[in-house]
Design a protein around this ligand. Structure first.
Ligand code: C2E
Ligand code: CA
Ligand code: CA
Ligand code: CA
Length: 274
């Protein structure tokens, strides 16, 4: 009806205005380093620390903390994701090195990689230079990529993945299960880990079909010797069921929310006393 239409156009206008504002503010934000990383722990089934995922936030001077879904697509369109993504890797590397003395062995810092970053021919060299400059060991870094990176030039993407793994960096497929691809592509991929998308985890306790999907994914992934992460674990029921289905690693609000670096240091101290 008339009212609905009005609300609808208003909503679209608001979103457009917001997008334009963010787009205009982004160059300055990059110059003034208005960004911060929040870190979310990943835990093994036994409750030990497996690693952390770095999640980007924009601390806008007027609008406050802006979530990545609102500005990363813009930064990808404008190409600013290159500078931003580079900043993320450097910041995460330095923060990880600060924590490292307190961490159990084999912990990793995971960063999300935009397809725009991944497909740049210079990405490999930039990354290995960053590792050398920060002193982060390649085996402490994990790159999270979505299935979408394989969409265009699969052979080139697979070659790049081989190169990264030869460097010692590990690779996780993010949001697994939401992509277009068939499961069969998995066996061709030089990867270490899959992260089952939150949408499956959400309904696992209430929807037996989703539980069956997760069970199938875990069985297949283990057959291929991949580590399986369940993301977005929010309830003890989900945790129990995922443990019963043999998921290896858990991430979600049930254990810890993404938090600023200072809060992560406190969290680590408390976690170590357990
Ligand atoms: P993602 O990689 O799938 O990250 C997981 C998202 O789920 C994060 O949202 C996290 O805060 C949220 N989350 C974690 N546990 C739970 C839970 O138990 N329940 C619920 N409902 N949500 C949970 P966030 O931080 O808003 O990030 C959204 C997306 O933005 C990320 O999805 C990732 O695709 C992208 N992103 C974040 N940081 C970066 C970055 O540095 N570079 C790039 N290219 N993308 C990034
Ligand atoms: Ca991720
Ligand atoms: Ca994800
Ligand atoms: Ca996601």
């Amino acid at each position: 009806g008339r009212n609905t239409l009005q609300i609808f156009t208003q909503d679209i206008n608001q979103k457009l205005t917001q997008r334009v504002t963010l787009r205009n503010d982004l160059p300055e934000a990059i110059l003034n380093e208005q960004f911060e990383l929040h870190y979310q722990p990943l835990l093994t089934r036994a409750g030990n620390i497996h690693g952390f995922e770095a999640l980007l936030r924009w601390n806008h001077p007027e609008k406050g903390l802006i979530p990545p879904d609102l500005f990363i697509p813009i930064a990808e369109e404008t190409g600013q994701i290159i500078a931003l993504g580079q900043w993320v890797i450097e910041r995460a590397a330095r923060d990880f090195l600060t924590l490292e003395p307190q961490l159990p062995p084999h912990c990793r810092m995971a960063v999300n990689l935009s397809p725009v970053q991944f497909h740049r021919p210079s990405f490999f060299n930039t990354l290995s230079n960053t590792l050398a400059a920060t002193g982060l060991s390649a085996s402490s870094l994990e790159l999270e990529l979505t299935e979408g990176i394989l969409m265009n030039d699969t052979d080139a993407a697979i070659a790049s993945l081989h190169g990264l793994r030869a460097l010692g960096v590990s690779i996780a497929i993010d949001d697994f299960g939401t992509g277009f691809s068939s499961l069969s592509y998995l066996r061709h991929l030089p990867i270490d880990k899959i992260k089952i998308d939150r949408s499956f985890i959400n309904s696992i306790a209430s929807n037996s079909k989703d539980a069956a999907v997760v069970q199938g994914i875990v069985a297949l992934a283990h057959h291929l010797e991949l580590v399986v992460v369940a993301e977005g674990v929010e309830t003890p029921q989900q945790q129990q069921q995922l443990a019963a289905l043999n998921c290896d690693v858990f991430q979600g609000y049930l254990f810890a929310r993404p938090m600023p670096f200072a809060a992560l240091q406190t969290w680590l101290e408390l976690h170590r006393q357990h």
